[in-house]
Design a protein around this ligand. Structure first.
Ligand SMILES: Cc1cc2nc3c(=O)[nH]c(=O)nc-3n(C[C@H](O)[C@H](O)[C@H](O)COP(=O)(O)OP(=O)(O)OC[C@H]3O[C@@H](n4cnc5c(N)ncnc54)[C@H](O)[C@@H]3O)c2cc1C
Length: 439
């Protein structure tokens, strides 16, 4: 069974963990992910895909052309012209990391509006602890810029390569049952959206929503259907430190433990390896800022990986799959989980080596990672493990949410399945939490 990473979010979120990514990882840069939009003539007659290349190969997703606004003013002109011509529009981001085909405009002549060049931090107010960014700013940029001002976004997805517009649109989250919970949109206090409008309004309108507007909540998680999010203002917190310890335990009492554990530790999450009957609990809490430690989390599966290694792993997976080699899969799974454990899941105490738990450090250096986004070279010798330009990882749908009230039953059902067939090919999962389900 694959590992089950469990993140505490508005529900109990279960993500498939890319099993082989941690096998061999190199510390040099790699090719950044490819462009999602490709056009046969300059910015026209385009296809669009996501960062895994799931489409257009598997289902064509076309657009008439793509526009790259560099300011809200340009964005308004683009939306206005497209509305006047009655064209369908969709927003595409720099890397396009969602798995579903949310980005496809209807029909062949749609317009893609890219937020690639809407990538500036516009304002940081340290007294009010707010930061205003354009919607194409990446999570990594937001975290880094906030930290420079001594501020922190308390909860966030674990992967740097997402944009603010995309992660809000999809309700993305980290893992916490504390406070408002781990969804990034809960920390938005203001946003500006450019939407199609009537002719008398110039065919486009800028909506400015703040906490006093009852529509702000609905507008935040819109899957891009309400218009183009142009700017977002976050309420941040003073930068703080965290202490992380991974503990490996038998999974016998996981059903009872899961929610209790999530409530006990502010940034808790769990990797669950059902076939191995093991659970890895992340004990993760704030500590006073004067506690010494300069830890870094560079999650192993999000690092640059040798393409050759990825190809070998993929081939071995395909062989095991076609021959029904459950034994081989279980052996691979054990190799992966023990490699992850011995590499402390990518944690280091000082940015260079892991000397033992707890790993203590500033939140901005522990909350998310994604060094495979960095590019030092032009070849594809190394890449993000799921890069479609190499023979690497491929996965379908990787996440589902379970209401907190039924988490125990879910875990027990999976445990029953495992006991019926211990070699059942289920892999690694993470469990993440968010308290919305408790409201
Ligand atoms: C390696 C990896 C790890 C991940 N980890 C987590 C995690 O820990 N927690 C979690 O919750 N999720 C996680 N995810 C999923 C991720 O949050 C979503 O895939 C993500 O939100 C997509 O962001 P994006 O910027 O790539 O947006 P896209 O996929 O490009 O877009 C998503 C949707 O939002 C729309 N959109 C984008 N920008 C705008 C805008 N400015 N205005 C209007 N609409 C817009 C698009 O049209 C599309 O409909 C992970 C994904 C990956 C690849």
């Amino acid at each position: 069974m694959p590992a089950i990473p469990m993140l505490f979010s508005n529900k109990f979120n279960v993500l498939l963990l890319w099993k082989c990514l941690c096998l061999l990882v190199v510390l040099v840069g790699c090719n950044p992910p490819g462009e999602p939009v490709k056009c046969s003539t300059k910015d026209s007659n385009c296809t669009v895909t996501n960062s895994y290349g799931m489409f257009p190969d598997r289902a064509i997703c076309r657009a008439g052309n793509v526009a790259y606004p560099t300011s809200e003013q340009e964005l308004v002109s683009i939306v206005s012209a497209a509305t006047k011509s009655k064209r369908k529009m969709k927003v595409v981001t720099h890397f396009s990391h969602s798995i579903p085909k949310l980005v496809c405009p209807d029909g062949q002549d749609g317009l893609l509006v890219s937020t690639k060049n809407l990538n500036r931090v516009l304002k940081t107010d340290t007294d009010a602890m707010t930061m205003t960014v354009e919607s194409g700013v990446t999570l990594r940029q937001l975290i880094n810029e906030a930290a420079k001002a001594g501020l922190a976004l308390p909860y966030a997805p674990y992967w740097w390569g997402l944009t603010i517009g995309g992660l809000l649109g999809t309700g993305a989250h980290g893992s916490s049952l504390w406070g408002k919970g781990s969804s990034v949109h809960d920390y938005v206090v203001e946003m500006r959206i450019v939407s199609p409008a009537k002719a008398e309004d110039g065919y486009a309108k800028v909506w400015e929503l703040n906490e006093r507007d009852k529509d702000l909540d609905a507008a935040k998680v819109s899957l891009g259907v309400l218009g183009v999010i142009s700017q977002v203002t976050f309420k941040l917190q003073p930068l703080f430190k965290r202490s992380i310890t991974y503990v490996r335990k038998d999974d016998t009492d996981l059903g009872d433990e899961a929610v209790t554990f999530g409530k006990l530790h502010e940034f808790a999450d769990i990797f669950w390896y059902p076939s191995q009957r093991k659970a890895i609990y992340r004990i993760d809490d704030r500590v006073p800022i004067n506690v010494s430690g300069n830890g870094v989390y560079n999650f192993t599966p999000f690092r640059s990986t040798l393409s050759l290694v990825l190809a070998l792993v993929r081939s071995s997976e395909e062989t095991q799959e076609s021959s029904g080699d459950a034994e081989g899969k279980c052996l691979n799974a054990k190799l992966v989980t023990s490699t992850l454990q011995s590499s402390a899941y990518g944690l280091t105490n000082n940015g260079a080596i892991f000397t033992g738990y707890p790993v203590i450090g500033f939140h901005n250096r522990l909350q998310s990672s994604g060094t495979c986004l960095d590019s030092l070279e032009d070849s594809l010798i190394t890449a993000c493990p799921w890069d479609p330009r190499i023979k690497g990882e491929f996965f379908h749908q990787t996440t589902f949410s379970i209401s907190l009230s039924v988490v125990k039953s879910f875990i027990q059902d999976v445990q029953k399945l495992v006991s019926m067939d211990p070699k059942i090919t289920m892999w690694a999962r993470t469990l993440q939490w968010d308290p919305h389900a408790l409201r």
